[in-house]
Design a binder for this molecule. Structure first.
Ligand SMILES: *Cc1c(COP(=O)(O)O)cnc(C)c1O
Length: 322
């Protein structure tokens, strides 16, 4: 078995310095209605207001900032149809690094356009007959590009941990913190900040109910792989956690919870109507889980990370009307 060193809070602090003045220090919102609903104080860290609309900019910019001059010249490659692609494309544009993004043929036209809009070279592949990781690796080898994966990378997860660092700095220690979970970059980075700044805080990852591979892995003590889950939470449709992310999650997280799609929709409507915020379904995981266990949260200080707000208006309306 290969051994590898897990990043620490020192890496999150270094990431915070690299992204300072480039990433937004996003606001922490509160809602009296919400506090009354749960009988507690709730603090919402709004990464839906981050650049490109999700926390993924933090990890991407941190990773690309660490490139050597040779790596910068040759460029970066990433495979993703979602927020990671846009985070890499925007970071590369800011840093003057050529970017190649491998996207599926059926990726939403708006996402392809946004990625191209940041100046990235988009390579389309067939989701059903081709393997995106193999394409990414081939491009990396042939053209000397550096491949940056969406979550299982020390610089990515350290960058994602800066959101929770800001949250604790702004509001002080919390009793509970709820964090959306896909491949675990956000949750593992958050865990590093939590154990450093609020060691007693109960930290939960929250997955879509249809894709609870993280919960299974956490309980079994080893990484469990599943088929791509059917859920509206497209940012958390991952099939498995990573070696780095699971190494930190199993050590530092208290438990993994799940939320059904119907509760993501009702939470999305709550954010829109009561707080005037557009939050994508994956970004609703944290509050959906907190609302379903509100009796346990009475009188506590509760943090929620809203991970992103990227959803087509048509899709938002369709989900809200259903
Ligand atoms: C990527 C993403 C997640 C999941 O993050 P991981 O680091 O893969 O766990 C959650 N919410 C949004 C909006 C995302 O884009």
């Amino acid at each position: 078995m290969t051994t590898f060193e897990l990043p620490t809070y020192v890496d999150v602090e270094a990431a915070a310095k690299r992204i300072a003045g480039v990433a937004h220090r996003t606001p922490v919102q509160t809602s009296r209605t919400l506090n009354e609903m749960i009988g507690t104080e709730v603090f919402l860290k709004c990464e839906n207001f981050q650049r490109m609309g999700a926390f993924k900019f933090r990890g991407a910019f941190n990773a690309l900032s660490k490139f050597s001059p040779e790596q910068r010249k040759a460029g970066v490659v990433a495979f993703s149809s979602g927020n990671h692609a846009q985070g890499i494309a925007l970071s590369a544009k800011i840093l003057g690094i050529p970017a190649t993004i491998v996207m599926p043929h059926d990726a939403p036209a708006a996402k392809v356009a946004a990625t191209k809009g940041y100046g990235a070279n988009v390579v389309i592949y067939d989701r059903y007959t081709e393997d995106r990781e193999a394409i990414g690796r081939r491009l990396a080898e042939e053209q000397g590009l550096t491949l940056i994966p969406p979550y299982d990378h020390p610089d990515i997860l350290a960058g994602q941990g800066t959101a929770a660092k800001e949250l604790f700095e702004d509001v002080g220690p919390l009793d509970y913190l709820f964090v959306p979970l896909g491949g675990g970059g956000l949750l593992s980075g958050t865990a590093l900040s939590t154990r450093a700044l609020a060691p007693q805080c109960v930290l939960y990852g929250v997955e879509p109910e249809a894709g609870n591979d993280g919960q299974q892995s956490f309980r079994k003590g080893e990484i469990v792989h599943i088929d791509t889950p059917k859920t509206i939470a497209d940012g958390a449709q991952t099939q498995h956690l990573g070696n780095y992310t699971f190494g930190i999650i199993k050590r530092d997280v208290n438990d993994i919870l799940t939320a059904p799609d119907a509760e993501l929709v009702s939470t999305m409507k709550f954010y829109a109507t009561r707080m005037k915020m557009i939050v994508e379904p994956t970004g609703c995981l944290g509050l959906a889980a907190a609302l379903s266990m509100k009796d346990a949260l009475k009188g506590k200080r509760v943090g929620i990370i809203i991970s992103g707000g990227n959803i087509d208006l048509e899709r938002f309306c369709a989900l809200a009307a259903a």
